[in-house]
Design a protein around this ligand. Structure first.
Ligand code: PMP
Length: 447
């Protein structure tokens, strides 16, 4: 029962684990884009287990391959061959451009970024790491230092050699006010910059100057960026920014690492990988969440040359690329293709973003609507002029009201004032309409 779970949680689970609602939701079942709580109430899941349920809850094809694989071979460890890891590595590599053909499997996004950090340092022989403020790259002790969101900062000494520069936030950054983002809302409003966004140029200059001040000369191992920031509140960069900083990173001898844990795997609609929308090919790509649809599966993909860096000692992990995880990974790729989920993310997501933009025009407390495909953010503010974050209490009121009306949404940003939508990519136009209706009702009550 719910009460038993509450008491076990207090005694036997880490008491500091955070939950989303005032009275946390307890689910017992999921199916496609739906979740069911202990009382049998149905919810439209617009958060997808934090951007993770890419093809739908309990997809029958995944259940089938998991059952078949666990009946055949569940685990042998990485010191032996098995077919699935080879088949999946090839399939994943085939989705990548250029020389990004070498796949290392791990079990979570944090682990993927941690391994990428080792690779970047091992390959370049340099030490310093650069990332963006407001980013989230994971919670292992090293990677935590890259994750700069204030909510995730502990007052313990961090790992050395990791520095952060200003996030080029188009909405509320110093050089905000630009309309130059790759989002349907922007396409509708017509940015006049023709891709040479002035804000982008200023942020690139800031990047250069921070790099010069913070990173020791000739010591840049790598720069990390989510191709759209997820946990930080769906922050999109000016169109020319990533390409510009990519060049600066290269000029300084560092590697460019794209964290695709949230924006990858077709979620943004136009492209399979988020970096494609920025017109660059990274040196290292990290991925997790959606690639396993909830099964612990993550990977680092890089070039054979960079991969060589790990040959300087033995690098090993027990579970990475195990037969069960790889069987799921292959099935996820098949389903995205067979059910045309990337196209669906584009079609349903574009209309959803445009409809949400109408709500932005209706309510003073919706400062910004942004995103691409089915990776969407709604920034809640006290008022459109000050852009001051809406209070945590009022944000929570909206989340609670949505819950009452059968809609699960997420939140993000340092102040928790950005609603996040990252549903299973199988949602329909009707689901999108329902989402807008519920948000309209919930926001009208507290606006
Ligand atoms: N990178 C990004 C962009 C993420 O959003 C997350 C998780 N929120 C991670 C890395 C870390 O992934 P995990 O929680 O699987 O360790």
């Amino acid at each position: 029962s719910y009460e038993e779970m509450v008491s076990i949680r207090k005694r036997n689970l880490n008491p500091t684990l955070s939950t989303l609602y005032r009275k946390p939701l307890a689910f017992y079942k999921g199916s496609k884009q739906w979740l069911f709580d202990l009382d049998g109430n149905r919810y439209l899941d617009m958060f997808g287990g934090i951007s993770t349920i890419s093809v739908g809850h309990c997809h029958p094809k995944i259940t089938k391959v998991l059952t078949e694989q666990s009946d055949t071979l569940g685990h042998v460890s990485n010191v032996y061959f098995h077919e699935k890891i080879h088949e999946y590595a090839k399939r994943l590599a085939d989705t990548m451009p250029g020389n990004l053909k070498c796949v290392y499997f791990v079990n979570s996004g944090s682990e993927a970024n941690d391994l990428a950090l080792l690779m970047a340092r091992a390959h370049t022989g340099k030490y310093d790491i650069f990332s963006l403020k407001n980013c989230y790259h994971g919670m292992t002790y090293q990677v935590m230092e890259m994750t700069s969101l204030s909510t995730y900062r502990f007052s313990v000494p961090g790992s050395p050699g990791i520095y952060k520069t200003t996030v080029p936030d188009v909405y509320k950054g110093v050089w905000g006010g630009s309309k130059c983002r790759d989002s349907p809302v922007q396409a509708n409003r017509k940015c006049s910059c023709m891709g040479i966004c002035e804000a982008g140029i200023k942020y690139i200059e800031e990047f250069k100057s921070d790099l010069n001040c913070m990173v020791s000369k000739n010591n840049l191992a790598g720069f990390w960026a989510e191709t759209i920031q997820g946990v930080g509140g769906i922050v999109q960069f000016p169109k020319n920014y990533i390409k510009g900083v990519y060049e600066v990173v290269k000029q300084n001898g560092g590697l460019f690492v794209a964290d695709e844990v949230q924006a990858g795997f077709g979620r943004t609609g136009d492209h399979f990988w988020g970096f494609e929308m920025h017109g660059i090919t990274p040196d290292i790509v990290t991925m997790a969440k959606g690639i396993g649809n909830g099964f612990p599966l993550a990977a680092v993909v890089t070039t054979p040359e960079i991969a060589q860096g790990l040959g300087k000692a033995t690098h090993f992990n027990t579970f990475g690329g195990n037969p069960l995880a790889c069987a799921v990974g292959i099935a996820v790729l098949d389903i995205i293709e067979e059910e045309k989920l990337q196209e669906n993310a584009k079609i349903v997501g574009t209309d959803l973003i445009l409809d949400l933009a109408k709500l932005r025009d209706k309510y003073e407390i919706i400062g910004d609507v942004r995103g691409k495909g089915l990776m969407i953010g709604i920034e809640l503010v006290e008022d459109k002029t000050s852009k001051k974050p809406l209070s945590p209490e009022r944000c929570m009121d909206i989340l609670e009201k949505c819950k009452e009306l059968g809609l699960v949404v997420g939140k993000g940003g340092s102040y928790g004032n950005i609603l996040r939508l990252s549903p299973p990519m199988c949602i329909t136009k009707e689901d999108a309409t329902f989402t807008v209706e519920v948000l309209d009702k919930a926001i009208s009550e507290i606006a």
